[in-house]
Design a protein around this ligand. Structure first.
Ligand code: CO
Length: 200
């Protein structure tokens, strides 16, 4: 049996280091969280929300799934959005995709990986919605990158169309939805400039 003993050791070291730097850190965080941001990103191990934003525990509310999708009827994602907007009152919702996304790539190439094909079918819908734009790009790698971006743009729209955001904006709550793409090769985030801060 594989053991995870080393993880407990890592954890103790980390907690010790944080406490050394800020003795009151865990005590004050344990009392409440007041993150300003909700991050909706890919599960990919190379795209860790807090680290790449340079943020500490307590600063980002996070939801991740394969290929950073916001599906209209996904109770998990919708519940995260609802709690973030209505209870935590986050100011910014960041949908972040990344180039080199395995989920987007699998959908693009119509690969079969079993059950997950059903989840990735939504990305193939994104392709279909943007067929002309995508087919106009001759280089395949560039086309997959564009699909990563278009997927983010689609998911931003999906966040905006949730009852949660529609109601928040009707009540004039200050919350903005952003679309970003992360580059695995240099660690840099790109703003897709599709931010929305109210009902259209
Ligand atoms: Co990914």
């Amino acid at each position: 049996m594989s053991t995870i003993k080393h993880l407990f050791e890592n954890n103790k070291k980390w907690a010790g280091k944080v406490t050394e730097e800020k003795p009151e850190f865990f005590q004050s965080l344990s009392e409440q969280q007041t993150p300003q941001y909700l991050w909706i990103g890919c599960s990919d191990s190379r795209v860790p929300a807090n680290e790449l934003l340079g943020m500490q525990p307590g600063e980002v509310f996070v939801h991740r799934n394969i290929a950073n999708q916001v599906i209209h009827s996904d109770l998990n994602c919708l519940s995260v959005i609802q709690y973030a907007v209505e209870v935590l009152k986050v100011k910014d919702i960041i949908v972040c995709g990344h180039y080199g996304c395995g989920g987007v790539n699998a959908a693009f190439h119509d690969e079969s990986n079993g059950f997950i094909d059903n989840w990735l079918r939504h990305i193939q819908d994104v392709y279909r919605f943007n067929q002309q734009k995508l087919d106009a790009v001759s280089d395949e790698a560039e086309r997959v990158n564009l699909l990563c971006e278009l997927n983010v743009i689609e998911q931003v729209a999906n966040v905006c169309h949730t009852t949660v955001l529609r109601n928040a904006w009707l009540a004039e709550q200050n919350v903005t939805v952003h679309g970003l793409v992360y580059n695995l090769k240099d660690g840099i985030l790109k703003d897709l400039n599709v931010s929305v801060s109210g009902n259209k």
